[in-house]
Design a protein around this ligand. Sequence first.
Ligand code: ADP
Ligand code: GLC
Length: 501
Amino acid sequence: MHIAFVASECVPFSKTGGLADVVGALPRALAASGHQVSVYLPRYRQTKLTDAQTVVRSITVPFDDRYRFCSVVTGGGHSGVQFYFVDYPPYFDRDALYGTPNGDYPDNAERFALFSRAVLEASKILGVPHVFHCHDWQSALVPVLLRTQYAEDPAFRDVGTVFTIHNMGYQGLFPPDILPLLTLPWDLFTISRMEFFGNVNFLKGALVESDYVTTVSRKYSQEIQTTEYGFGLEGVLRDRAATVTGILNGVDYDEWSPQADKFIAARYSPQDLTGKAKCKQDLLASFDVTGADPSTPVIGIVSRFAAQKGFDLISQIADRLAREEMILVALGAGDKPYEEMFQRLHKQFPRKIAVKVAYDNAIAHKIEAGSDMFLMPSKYEPCGLNQIYSLKYGTVPVVRATGGLDDTIEPWDARTGKGTGFKFTEYKGEALLLTIKEALRAFRDQDSWKTLMRNGMNKDFSWNASAREYARVYDRVRLMRAGSSSQVRRNEAIDLEPITH
Ligand code: ADP
Ligand code: GLC
């Protein structure tokens, strides 16, 4: 089957978060199991292509004011996956992908509408897939266009669409006059389609028009159907609950494993943990933490700094946390208030809290390897990848029991020797502090701590199982589109086996 991924970021070409890791790895896993996979991405300034060849010279994208003309270049084939980049420098040759620390680029609707239209037009030349698999609001217009303006295009007659929600917190909300600018019909501006409290909501469009909707963990697929986590779209998801499912993200262990990692000071494995101490030393040195007792537990954080990640809880408990025997090292960038908060905490507790405000892949790897614990107190977390990476590095996750964090971390029980980490449920500083203290206490018994580390290191979250589940969704969508079976109707559930790790 031919599947075309449409997404706004992908490792190694562009990245701001976990979406890039997923779009970098899932296509490869699908290709390895025999599917034909193409990936369409924007060509940003940060996209480094060694051998870019233009494969479509000019695509006309209509806008109300004037036409724009973009091209498509190929990034070649990698591990059986074909990469294509929509090239339109006025929109994509910029410092960042989506905006600056002061906010989103004001023309994001135009940028990603151009991208989505260009992908459809390019695919008619480069090969129409059986299924378009789109990710997050930036590619949400693909299913919308296919079911509206392109509905009568014979090239797309049987094409299916799968839409994966990586984060309900980002919806692509724009004022109504964006519709005529993008030459989209006003009949999309109804409550049952893209209208959302007086604005146009790209994500809502995809949730309504896609054949199947997936999200990145089972727990999150249930949470987003509630008011607490649905960001106003819970009703839309509930209406089509039979065709919404959660498929847990996998991990690319070629990139994220202490046995293969090229960024860390020493390699180690569950059989031989000795290298981890060297990684800890190296980590502390790169954060300029000197004179620390090697037995002091180090708690790591690698994160986008955003409200989603729960760092206001850390600010609530910082002074009490700083009294504990531990060192917190945090790497992150994003929203100004959180950057400032961590910098303030470092000033206040220089020997206890160390911070780098940056986006730095090498340091991210060093934190995974050199920390004893990894902290993710997220307010919500669709899947979360860092806690899964941490398991492989024997770095014990301390997480809030939400979304993928809840699905991937099992609570440690010292009596049975079972479990992989520590979790708390209530979104309160107090609950976080109690759980960190519990982890610090457990750390003192190094023998049982090693059991806990190895429990995590021996887990397997590779992509194979999840790629198989996606393949079943694609099969189902193709059947739905072909209408070949009276059993298969738009609103019929697909009974996916839960992934058990
Ligand atoms: P999200 O996609 O919500 O940011 P995930 O846990 O799914 O969260 O994925 C985050 C990814 O981005 C991980 O690969 C992580 O290592 C990386 N990352 C996040 N912040 C930084 C940073 N400041 N420097 C380097 N890598 C980062
Ligand atoms: C999002 C989510 C994160 C998830 C990632 C990849 O950015 O915040 O939880 O792991 O996408 O699916």
